[in-house]
Design a protein around this ligand. Structure first.
Ligand code: ADP
Ligand code: ASP
Ligand code: MG
Length: 837
C-alpha cells in the first residue's frame, strides 16, 4: 500500500497573522471561460499577501482536447484542423473578452503559438506517429496559454504581475517511482529568473517542466497540483491553497455519493491514501514536497471562497475511524495458484520481479497464510502483459503441475476505506465487510496495510457504485439509503405513502435512514423516478409522465440506481404480484406486504419465497397481513424463535365480522347492520369478501404456517355467511337481496341466547380438531365475547402459555393502522440493514 511518511513531523498551526507567501493553485474547473478568469483574478487581488504565486492549469478540458488533437493529426484524421481551430477560437475569445482593447498583443501571441502548433501537427500527419516528446510538448500548451491569459488580465487591471513559464525553471527527471524534481537546479534557475522579475505577484504555468536533457515535459495527468506544491517549496511559501470546484476533500467522490460530507482536516497520510486510491480532488504526488516541509495544504472552492475548505497537515482531528472512501476503476485481479507454492520461499519475489520486468505496477497484493495462491490487483490496461509475464516466469512450474493456474479477472475496482483513526481499533474491517455483504457485494480480495490506515477490497466493477454508497452509509458518513417501490397505491398504499412522506425528515435526521420512493405502480400504470418522488407523485402518476405498468421494468429501475438496498412494498391484493416475490428476494430486494396471497397461497410458492429470502439474505415481512398494525406475527415469531411450541391458535381475525357480531343483538336485522357497516367503509366494497370467511381463513393459514404447520387454504373448513343463492350475482343485486340472510341468522342467535351464549365468527387451529373458521356460540363472559368495535383478538396457546394463553388484541382494520403495520415492517428491515433505529 502506498504511504508517504511525514519526513518533517511538525504540526503546522493555523497562522495567527496573514502568512507572508502563499501559493494558490487553480484547477481547470476554476478556469473554464473568461468569466472564471475574472473571478480568479478578483479572488487573488482581494487577498492581502506579501508574496502571491498563482499556479494555473489549462482551461477546463483543454489538455484532453490537445491530446486528442495530436492523436488525430498523427493518425492523419482529416478533421484535426477543425479541432485545432476550435481550441484556438476558445482561447482567442477568452483573450478578447478578458483584455478588451488590450487584447491585440495577446491575440497575436496566441496566433503565433497556434500557427507553430499547426506546423507540428502537420508534421505528425506526415510521419504518422506521435513521439512521446511531441506529445509532452503539445499537451502542456494549455497551461502556457492559461498563465498568459491570467497574467495579462491582471496586468490589464493595472497589477504589476509577472508570468513564469515553468519550462524555463523547473527541471525534473522521470524515474521508476515517477517524477523527481532537481531541486538545486530548479532553485538556481528560479533565482536567476527572479532577478529579472522581482514582482510580488507571479502567475506560473502548472503541469509543464523540462527534463534533464532540456526537453519540454509534463508532470503527468493532473500534475498541476504537483506544480503547486513544487512552487510552494521553491518560493518557500507558508501555505499551499489548491482551489477547485468543491468545498474541500469530501468523504467520497460526490459524483457517486451525493451525500458525501466535507472533511475539515486530514493528515498528510490520510490525504495520500485517499488520493492514491482515486479521490481525484488532490493528486498524491502533491503531498511529498509539502510533507517534507510541513507545509499546510488547503483544498478550497473557487466558487465558495469564504468556505474554510479542508486543511491537510501532519496530524488531523480524528472523527471516527474512517475519514473517507475511494474507488479506483479499470483494474484486474491476477491470481497465481498452485500447491507447489506452499512453504516455498521467494515465490512472491518472483511474481513481483516478473511484473516489474514487464513494467506492470501493482495496486494491491493479497496472499492467504496457506500460501496456496498469490493475488494482485493491477491496471486493466497492463493486465494481458502481466499475465503473460507470469505465464513465462512460471512456465516450468506450470509444466510440472506445481503451479495450477494463472488466472486473470478483468472488470475490477478497488474500494478503499481510509482513516488514521482505524489504527488499533477493532471492528472497522467487520463494519466494511458487513456493509458490503448486506448490499450483496462480493469481495474478491482484501488488503490492509500494517499502518492500519487503509483497508482495500477488490470488487466487481458492476458493484462499485453500490459498494461505495453502502460503505459510506455503513460508516455513518451518509444515511442508509433504500431504493423503494410501492405497488398498489390504493387505500393502504396511499396511507402508507403519506406516512412515509411525513416521517421522512425525522428518519433522515434521527435514524440516518433515507427511504427513497423511486417507483409507484398500480395494476395498469407505473411512475418511475430517478431521484425520489416527493408529495407530488399523484399528479405525475395521473399524467402522461407515467407509463403502462410492467413489473420487469419496475424492478430493473429500482436496481438501476445502484443504491445499497432495494425494497418493494406490495399493497396490492394480487396473486400475480406475489408470483414475483421469490425472484425479487433472490435478487436481494426486500419485500414487505399486507397482501395475503403469498402467505396463504400455494404452499410450494410460499416455500420458494422463503427459500429465496434465506438464500440471499433479503427480508420478506408481512406483519400487516394479520391484525393490521397489531404485532401478531412478530409475537408468534418470537415465541417460535425462543423455542416455544404453539399448540393452538384461536381468535377473531376480521374487524368487519367482529363489529357485526358485537352489534347483532336481534334488535335490528343482520342485513341492516351489513348495510350500515358498508356505509361506514367497515366492509370491502363487496361485503361478501368479508362475509364469505375466506379472508379469515387466509389469516389462519398464515399463522399456522408461521407456527410451523404446512397448512393450505383447502385444509380449512370455512363457513360462509353468504347463502349459496346470493354468491353469484352483482354487488348491487346482492345488497338488494341481503335480507334473505336474516331469518337463518336470527334463528342461530335466538338459539344461542336461550343457552346464555353469544355468536362470534371465530378462527381455530388446534391439535385435535380440523382447522376451521365460522360462526360459534361462546359463553357471554368469554374473552372473545367482549371486544370493542372492530377489535381483533388472537390467542396463542403454547407449551409455556398453556393455562393462560397469550393474547394480542386491538384495532385490526382500516387503512391507517394497516399502513402503520407495513411501515413498522419497513423499519424493521431497515434496522436489519444497519439503520440506527
Ligand atoms: P481541478 O480541475 O480543480 O483540479 P479536478 O476535476 O481535478 O479539479 O478535481 C476536483 C473534482 O474531484 C471534484 O469536482 C470532484 O468531483 C472530484 N472528487 C473525487 N473524489 C473526491 C473527493 N473525495 N473529495 C472531493 N472531490 C472529489
Ligand atoms: N491540465 C492538466 C491535466 O488535465 C494538469 C492539471 O490540470 O492538473 O491533466
Ligand atoms: Mg485536478
Amino acid at each position: 500500500m502506498s504511504s508517504v511518511a511525514a519526513a518533517n513531523p511538525v504540526v503546522a498551526e493555523a497562522p495567527v497573522a496573514a502568512p507572508r507567501t502563499l501559493v494558490h493553485k487553480f484547477g481547470g474547473t476554476s478556469l473554464a471561460d473568461a468569466d472564471r478568469y475574472r473571478h480568479v483574478a478578483q479572488l487573488l487581488l482581494a487577498r492581502d499577501e506579501h508574496m502571491q504565486v498563482a499556479v494555473v492549469s489549462a482551461m477546463k478540458g483543454v489538455t484532453d482536447a490537445l491530446i486528442t488533437l495530436a492523436e488525430r493529426a498523427a493518425c492523419n484524421q482529416a478533421d484535426w484542423r477543425d479541432h485545432w481551430h476550435d481550441i484556438r477560437a476558445r482561447h482567442g475569445a477568452a483573450a478578447a473578452s478578458l483584455l478588451g482593447e488590450h487584447a491585440g498583443a495577446t491575440v497575436e501571441w496566441l496566433d503565433a503559438r497556434f500557427d507553430h502548433l499547426a506546423e507540428i501537427l502537420g508534421a505528425l500527419a506526415v510521419i504518422g506517429e506521435l513521439p512521446r516528446e511531441v506529445r509532452d510538448r503539445v499537451q502542456g500548451l494549455g497551461e502556457v496559454f492559461s498563465a498568459h491569459l491570467l497574467g495579462h488580465h491582471l496586468q490589464a487591471l493595472g497589477e504589476d504581475c509577472a508570468v513564469l513559464d515553468a519550462r524555463e525553471v523547473l527541471v525534473v527527471g522521470h524515474g521508476e517511482l515517477g517524477v523527481d524534481v532537481d531541486w538545486a537546479l530548479s532553485a538556481q534557475r528560479l533565482a536567476t529568473w527572479r532577478r529579472q522579475h522581482p514582482q510580488k505577484r507571479v502567475v506560473v504555468t502548472g503541469f509543464v517542466a523540462r527534463d534533464r536533457d532540456d526537453h519540454v515535459t509534463t508532470l503527468g495527468r493532473n500534475g498541476s497540483d504537483f506544480s503547486g506544491a513544487i512552487f510552494a517549496a521553491l518560493f518557500n511559501a507558508d501555505e499551499l491553497h489548491i482551489w477547485t470546484d468543491v468545498d474541500g476533500v469530501l468523504s467520497a467522490d460526490p459524483r457517486i455519493v451525493p451525500e458525501a460530507v466535507q472533511l475539515g482536516t486530514l493528515s498528510y497520510d490520510e490525504a495520500c491514501e485517499l488520493a492514491y486510491f482515486g479521490a481525484k480532488v488532490v493528486h498524491p504526488q502533491t503531498m511529498s514536497p509539502a510533507i517534507a516541509r510541513g507545509l499546510p495544504i488547503i483544498i478550497r472552492n473557487t466558487f465558495h471562497p469564504d468556505h474554510p475548505g479542508t486543511r491537510i497537515t501532519a496530524s488531523s482531528a480524528s472523527s471516527g475511524p474512517i475519514k473517507g472512501l475511494t474507488l479506483s476503476p479499470d483494474l484486474a485481479v491476477l491470481n497465481l495458484e498452485g500447491t507447489g507454492l506452499i512453504g516455498v520461499p521467494g515465490t512472491a519475489e518472483r511474481v513481483f520481479a516478473a511484473l516489474r520486468n514487464a513494467q506492470v505496477s501493482v495496486v494491491m497484493i493479497s496472499q492467504g497464510s496457506s500460501e496456496h495462491s498469490i493475488c494482485c490487483v493491477i491496471k486493466q490496461a497492463e493486465s494481458t502483459r502481466a499475465r503473460d509475464s507470469l505465464l513465462q516466469a512460471f512456465a516450468h512450474e506450470l509444466a510440472l503441475g506445481q503451479v495450477q493456474r494463472v488466472q486473470l479477472t478483468p472488470g475490477i475496482s478497488v474500494l478503499a476505506a481510509v482513516g488514521d483513526g482505524m489504527a488499533g481499533q477493532p471492528g472497522v474491517a467487520a463494519r466494511l465487510f458487513e456493509s458490503l455483504g448486506r448490499a450483496q457485494v462480493n469481495i474478491l480480495a482484501i488488503a490492509q496495510g500494517s499502518s492500519e490506515r487503509n483497508i482495500s477490497v477488490a470488487i466487481d466493477s458492476h458493484d462499485a457504485t453500490k459498494a461505495l454508497r453502502a460503505a459510506h452509509a455503513g460508516f455513518w458518513l451518509s444515511p442508509q439509503t433504500f431504493s423503494v417501490g410501492v405497488i398498489g397505491p390504493g387505500n393502504v398504499g396511499a396511507a402508507l405513502l403519506q406516512q412515509l412522506r411525513l416521517a421522512q425528515p425525522q428518519l433522515l435526521a434521527k435514524a440516518r435512514l433515507d427511504l427513497r420512493l423511486r417507483a409507484v405502480a398500480s395494476r395498469s400504470r407505473m411512475l418511475l423516478d430517478q431521484r425520489g418522488l416527493q408529495d407530488d407523485w399523484k399528479p405525475a402518476f395521473d399524467s402522461a409522465a407515467s407509463q403502462p405498468a410492467d413489473l420487469e421494468r419496475f424492478t430493473a429501475h429500482l436496481l438501476s440506481a445502484r443504491l445499497p438496498h432495494s425494497l418493494i412494498i406490495d399493497c396490492s391484493g394480487s396473486s400475480e404480484v406475489a408470483d414475483h416475490y421469490a425472484a425479487w428476494l433472490a435478487a436481494g430486494i426486500h419485500v414487505v406486504t399486507p397482501n395475503k396471497q403469498a402467505g396463504a397461497g400455494p404452499l410450494d410458492r410460499y416455500q420458494a419465497i422463503h427459500a429465496a429470502a434465506q438464500g440471499s439474505g433479503a427480508r420478506f415481512r408481512y406483519e400487516a397481513t394479520v391484525g393490521a398494525g397489531l404485532p401478531v406475527i412478530t409475537t408468534l415469531r418470537d415465541l417460535v424463535d425462543t423455542g416455544d411450541e404453539v399448540t393452538a391458535i384461536a381468535g377473531i381475525f376480521s374487524g368487519t365480522l367482529a363489529w357485526l357480531f358485537n352489534k347483532y343483538d336481534g334488535s335490528v336485522p343482520f342485513s341492516a347492520l351489513v348495510t350500515q357497516a358498508r356505509a361506514m367503509v367497515y366492509t370491502e366494497p363487496d361485503p361478501r369478501d368479508d362475509l364469505s370467511g375466506v379472508d379469515v381463513a387466509r389469516k389462519l393459514v398464515i399463522l399456522a404456517r408461521e407456527a410451523g404447520r404446512e397448512l393450505s387454504l383447502q385444509d380449512v373448513s370455512v363457513e360462509s355467511l353468504v347463502p349459496a343463492s346470493l354468491r353469484q350475482n352483482s354487488v348491487e343485486a346482492f345488497m338488494d337481496q341481503l335480507s334473505r340472510m336474516d331469518a337463518a341468522l336470527a334463528r342461530r342467535l335466538a338459539g344461542a341466547r336461550s343457552r346464555g351464549n353469544v355468536l362470534r365468527y371465530v378462527a381455530q387451529l388446534s391439535p385435535t380438531l380440523a382447522p376451521s373458521v365460522g360462526l360459534v356460540e361462546l359463553p357471554a363472559d368469554h374473552a372473545f365475547a367482549n371486544l370493542r368495535l372492530t377489535d381483533n383478538v388472537v390467542q396463542f396457546t403454547t407449551r409455556r402459555y398453556c393455562d393462560n394463553p397469550l393474547v394480542v388484541q386491538g384495532p385490526g382494520a382500516g387503512p391507517e393502522v394497516t399502513a402503520a403495520g407495513v411501515f413498522a415492517d419497513v423499519l424493521r428491515v431497515a434496522a436489519g440493514e444497519g439503520a440506527r433505529l
